[in-house]
Design a protein around this ligand. Structure first.
Ligand code: F6R
Length: 608
């Protein structure tokens, strides 16, 4: 995480650095800072907290200079104080860093023994001292970076500027993304193309191990062996407009309401609506009729989407699916054979653990299909085929529209694989496709429950713990509902499989405990009713998300019923995600929380 940017220009860069950082704030917002070269001298401004604090600081203490670097931080090593904020500097250089230097302790000891004095608690500061040490030994800036990089272990993207070097900016990439942007007589570095979109749409992505030497007139690339290499230049699709909230108070609210449209767009990309079948816009990179197993790996919300995908792939394609959170899977040394395939799911396409699973599967000879929102991301580029979710940029840290688009794509993949394996008849495929076509309209209908959900949320905001229950595909949605609530309201929430309640968690139920039950009218509905009876018998306060038929049949005294439109149950999680997201959103708003930038979180998790 953390966002980095660099500009080597002709005009003053401070304002543009902040503009680029604004577009990177989704990567972290614990502190921010910039450094520029003003008349050949390095100067810094840094501020704790959100970027607006840095911007305010720059109003009163502006920075001159036409070469500069900037950083927005998600703290890993060291508290989010101003002193720990990037850029880190020595008398020779300033550096910004995204990632973790894993061997920073041993490097710090070595450099301290040589007389270097460390001023921060960060891992990054060793990079500044290491390169400085090489320069003190007589190397020029570029050679010093070349000597230092092989000594760094871990994942990083770095950008350097140097005292007295008015025409030099160096970037390096190992496991964290970095892009070079081309301007007219100026050059740029950024964590992604979105950050550089106001300045250029002409981009080169560094490959792992690459480093780049930028001057005003161009760039040269070196690989990890120090050889000069060429890297393709491409047009970025990232929009230069500062993405705005429209009429909504928060990005999250806007993104929740956008879902009928973006899910509709995504489904239109994967469905042949007139013939009632799935038509994938790419070739499957494996022979679906011969594969023996699917392994799914992802993190957080994307993992819950994958979990629902597992139910669908097993049901419609009759193939065993194994799924794990990517941070566990990558170290499990799970046996994989070439007749299986891996599917990874990721909004950002940069999540370090998910990327590691992709690489592991490829090493084991498996084909990898990614379900990914950012088409230019590392995961999209490294997978054998990328199934794009057309959610558009997701700015709210809590994922909403990316989740429902992931579900839409996974549903289409399950159907396509089922057809290829001869499991689904054309009639059954037509039925399922017609159910999917109805989904965006049902989601629009679900958004109309917002006034009622706001009332339920007002009560929920007083709770200190909340349980979410669901069965079948509603179980992963219960997990996702609980995640949404805890990440933006900070209320402790847990999701459970409804049938699992009596094996322990039921001990938590009392009159104080709100229990949110997600129960579409599906084949396991009656079982869920029995579980609700168990909760009601113990005084639990049940908030039911279900259609009216289901609510009436249950004949339980609910605290509230969020009435959903009637629908065929197969793809209910896509529609039922809407009230779950709204409930978390309005609870957090009622509590006055920072919905779009919740504490301790970042949108793109490029560290382990
Ligand atoms: C929660 C959330 C995270 C992400 C997770 C994976 O609202 O957004 O749990 O889902 O960090 O991120 P991606 O999908 O970018 O790989």
């Amino acid at each position: 995480m953390c966002g980095i940017v660099g500009i080597i220009g002709r005009e003053p860069v401070a304002v543009r650095l902040v503009e680029a950082l604004k577009r990177l704030e989704y990567r972290g917002y614990d502190s921010a800072g910039i450094a520029t070269l003003a008349s050949g001298r390095l100067e810094r401004r840094r501020a704790e907290g959100k970027l607006r604090n840095l911007a305010a600081r720059l109003e009163t203490e502006p920075l001159a200079g036409v070469v500069g670097i900037g950083h927005t931080r998600w703290a890993t090593h060291g508290r989010p104080t101003e002193n720990n904020a990037h850029p880190h500097a020595s008398r020779r250089l300033a550096v910004v860093h995204n990632g973790i230097i894993e061997n920073f302790r041993e490097l710090r000891e070595e450099l301290t023994a040589k007389g270097h004095v460390f001023a921060t608690e960060t891992d990054t500061e060793v990079v500044a001292h290491l390169v400085t040490d090489e320069m003190d030994g007589g190397l020029a800036a570029e050679a010093a970076v070349a000597a230092a990089l092989p000594r760094l272990k871990g994942a990083f993207a770095l950008a350097f500027i140097f005292q007295g070097e008015n025409d030099l900016l160096i970037g390096a990439r190992q496991g964290a993304p970095l892009a070079v942007g081309y301007g007219e007589g100026e050059m740029f570095l950024g964590s992604d193309a979105l950050a550089l979109a106001p300045f250029t749409d002409s981009i080169t992505y560094l490959e792992d191990g690459d480093w780049a030497v930028l001057t005003r007139d161009g760039v040269s690339f070196r690989n990890a062996a120090g050889e000069t290499v060429s890297r393709a230049r491409q047009r970025s699709q990232a929009s230069a407009f500062l993405i705005d909230k429209g009429n909504h108070r928060h990005f999250m609210a806007k993104e929740i309401h956008e879902q009928p449209e973006v899910v509709g767009r995504t489904l239109a990309h994967y469905l042949d609506m007139s013939n009632g079948c799935v038509r994938l816009p790419f070739e499957l990179p494996f022979d679906a009729s011969k594969m023996t197993r699917v392994t799914l790996a992802a993190c957080g919300t994307a993992y819950y989407a994958g979990l629902i995908g597992k139910y669908w792939i097993e049901r419609y394609a009759r193939i065993p699916v194994e799924i794990d959170v990517a941070s566990e899977y990558r170290y499990r040394e799970a046996p994989l054979d070439s007749s299986g395939v891996m599917i990874v799911v990721s909004q950002s396409g940069e999540t370090a653990d998910t990327l590691a699973c992709l690489r592991y599967a490829k090493q084991q000879g498996q084909k990898v299909l990614s379900v990914v929102n950012v088409a230019t991301s590392t995961i999209a580029r490294e997978s054998d085929a990328a199934a794009l979710t057309l959610a558009g940029p997701e700015i709210g840290v809590a994922s909403t529209k990316a989740f429902t688009c992931q579900l839409s794509v996974l549903a289409c993949l399950a159907i396509a694989i089922g057809r290829a394996r001869g499991v689904l008849t054309p009639e059954r495929e037509r039925e399922l496709v017609s159910d999917l076509i109805a989904v965006p309209g049902l989601m629009a209908e679900a958004t109309k429950r917002e006034p009622q959900i706001e009332q339920v949320a007002a009560a929920l905001s007083k709770a200190s713990d909340v349980l979410y229950l669901g069965r079948g595909t509603s179980f992963p949605l219960a997990l996702e509902g609980a995640l949404k609530l805890k990440e933006i309201s900070y209320i402790h929430a847990e999701g459970y499989a409804a049938g699992e309640l009596k094996h322990g968690p039921i001990a938590l139920i009392d009159e104080e405990m709100p229990v949110i039950v997600i129960a579409p009218y599906d084949s396991v509905y009656e079982k869920t009713v029995s579980n609700m009876q168990e909760v009601a018998a113990r005084g639990g306060r049940i908030i039911l998300i279900a259609d009216r038929r289901a609510a009436n049949e249950a004949a339980i005294d609910f605290q509230a019923v969020v009435a959903m439109p009637d629908m065929a149950p197969d793809f209910a999680p896509i529609v039922y995600a809407v009230p779950a997201q709204m409930l978390a959103y309005h609870t957090a708003v009622a509590m006055g929380k920072d919905v779009d930038q919740p504490r301790n979180l970042a949108k793109s998790v490029t560290v382990e």
